[in-house]
Design a protein around this ligand. Structure first.
Ligand SMILES: NC(=O)c1ccc[n+]([C@@H]2O[C@H](COP(=O)([O-])OP(=O)(O)OC[C@H]3O[C@@H](n4cnc5c(N)ncnc54)[C@H](O)[C@@H]3O)[C@@H](O)[C@H]2O)c1
Length: 303
């Protein structure tokens, strides 16, 4: 009976790169001609994968795109608002082209609020590459403080449109291609700790609400797409020094000490501290992780 259950459990799924861990050890014991070798980094490899990244012209989106390229992705298509890519994108594209692993960074201009355009662009990518494996929905905006009792409707709708609706449109565009090619995929929605807790002394009701919606969007999409082997998770950064937050920090330097004091590590984060987690979420190292929110915040929400 126990072995029948074991057989059924094994029939449900197998590691795409063969036996791992204890199973690999037992296989090597049974067959001494097998030469054991480390496989843990093979699980993180993104060799030949195709990715779509919104907000990829700079900041966390671009940082994560470079990580996917370093992990071996065939190509990472970044899109953002500007017609032409930024200087840092151009430098990053050149850097990737010199890595020696044939990975590419590409740029196109699109607004995440344009559903039809995103669907079409993703379809064109699917036609060209014949696959779609990874999506990172990183485009987002943070607007100035405004009292929640008098929050301007237009401003609220704008933040929700970009941070929530735009994330859905991005995930749809990539997810349709993942479903089309039938290889599954990993969709990573960039949320924020602001979706779970309120940033102390900041009147950001629109941003906080928009990010909270992204957390539930990830769970909801994960439940709908699980049987297609499309995983959907959210990733929630804490305070990171980058253009979006620099707009606040550079004008109010005292905020650096304040924000740093709000987590147990006593500092704000670096954008490159998302390289590992995003590669893990995108790769076969996280094949049983879906519908989760991964918080990377220096422990901000632990207090
Ligand atoms: N920096 C932080 O401390 C922090 C913390 C938590 C969450 N986040 C989230 O991380 C994500 C990336 O932010 P970042 O810190 O790199 O900020 P950023 O401002 O550097 O990057 C955001 C990018 O989104 C793009 N964008 C905005 N509106 C768009 C639209 N309508 N269509 C297409 N692209 C659009 C911007 O042009 C920009 O390049 C955002 O979703 C943000 O909310 C950031």
């Amino acid at each position: 009976m126990a072995s029948e259950v074991r057989q059924r459990a094994k029939a449900q799924s197998a590691s795409p790169i063969g036996p791992l861990g204890i199973e690999a050890a037992l296989e090597a014991k049974a067959n001494p001609t097998i030469q054991p070798r480390p496989k843990i980094f093979d699980e993180f490899a993104l060799t030949d994968r195709v990715a779509l990244v919104s907000g990829g012209n700079r900041g966390l989106g671009l940082e994560m795109a470079i990580a996917l390229c370093e992990a071996g992705a065939r190509v990472v298509y970044c899109f953002d608002l500007p017609k032409e890519p930024s200087e840092e994108f151009i430098a990053s594209r050149e850097y990737v082209s010199k890595l020696g692993n044939n990975s590419r960074l590409e740029y196109f201009s699109a607004d995440v609020r344009d559903q039809a355009l995103l669907w079409k662009k993703a379809e064109d990518i699917g036609n060209k590459e014949q696959r779609m494996d990874i999506c990172i929905a990183a485009a987002g905006i943070l607007t100035a403080h405004a009292d929640c009792l008098e929050y301007p409707g237009e401003q609220f709708r704008e933040v929700m449109d970009v941070n929530t609706t735009g994330v859905l449109f991005t995930a749809q565009a990539a997810g349709q291609q993942m479903a089309r090619f039938g290889n599954g995929g990993s969709i990573i929605l960039i949320a924020s700790i602001s979706g779970s807790v309120t940033n102390r002394d900041h009147a950001w009701v629109s941003y906080n609400s928009s990010k909270s919606a992204v957390l539930q969007m990830a769970r909801s999409m994960a439940c709908e797409l699980g049987m297609k082997k499309i995983r959907v998770n959210s990733l929630s950064p804490g305070y990171i020094y980058i253009q979006m937050t620099a707009a606040y920090l550079d004008k109010q330097p005292h905020l650096l000490d304040k924000w740093s004091s709000l987590n147990p590590l006593g500092r704000i984060g670096r954008p490159d501290e998302f390289r590992g987690v995003v590669t893990w979420l995108a790769s076969d190292a996280s094949t049983f992780c879906t519908g989760s929110d991964i918080i990377v915040s220096g422990g901000h929400t632990s207090w």
